[in-house]
Design a binder for this molecule. Sequence first.
Ligand code: NDP
Length: 290
Amino acid sequence: TSKQSVTVIGLGPMGRAMVRAYLGKGYDVTVWNRTASRAGELVTEGATLAPSVEAALTANELVVLSMTDYDAVHAVLEQAPHALRGRVVANLSSDTPEKAREAAKWVAGHGGTHLTGGVQCPPSGIGDPDSATFYSGSEEAFERHRAALEVLTGTDFRGEDPGLAALYYQIMMDIFWTGVVSYVHALAVADKHGISAAEFLPYAQSTAASLPNFYAFYAPRIDAGEHPGDVDRLAMGVASVEHIVHTTRDSGIDSTLPGAVLDLFRRAVEDGHAEDSFTSVTDVFRNPVV
Ligand code: NDP
């Protein structure tokens, strides 16, 4: 038969959206979840609930995993490791590059192929080709199943190292979390002065919109290992962040977040970077004390 088919294991919000995307494209979808009741609605919509992990793995060559983390993945796959033979496991669960490399070895040891995935959208973005997922691992397996993977999101194959997709995902999330928390911090200060999130929104947006230009300006300098103080000096950066910390404290707001930036800047100054750009803080990052 030419009908396309796939197995999806893990039916959290992400996994459920993935099953629906496949059903919408006419795939035969076999599902499994630790808590079987979560499959109920999906079965009504046309999915087949496998009675065991073994049955779920055996049903299709392509097995999509969407679990909380890799410990959850192992808890499931260890129920039927022998059934991994000949399977391509597209593991779209978030975790560290190191865990992804270990899992790839473990799956290969059982005769299967592990593809690491890092999904860059919420459940609502699944099924949208404008959403994106990083992949890494076997390029041959990726290309063979690319059309099926692209039912979920657009794809961005980063390379053969199974850790790469996880790494790209985590460093993007690094920017995301520190960035959105700085927004919430600024709003807490604003609120103490009677300024609402709605009032501040256009200003927050224009600040965020300026960031890509800063990234582009500093990228070649950082790659060259050069941190000239021609447009910004760290001595100025320390004074600037001190003003933020003081404004925060004067407002009765916790200053941990800008305080951490101030601490990093001061350490860079102590290391002799007062006349360099703030990007010289990278030397502090490269010599971690914690
Ligand atoms: P959930 O944490 O809701 O995924 C839960 C799934 O993992 C369920 O199927 C759950 O089973 C299973 N699970 C957890 N622990 C175990 C275990 N010990 N043994 C067996 N199964 C286990 O996550 P989401 O669906 O929200 O997301 C899935 C992945 O996608 C995560 O890695 C997440 O970081 C990532 N991601 C999520 C985004 C989002 O917006 N939600 C955005 C981008 C990436 P049970 O139902 O039995 O509890």
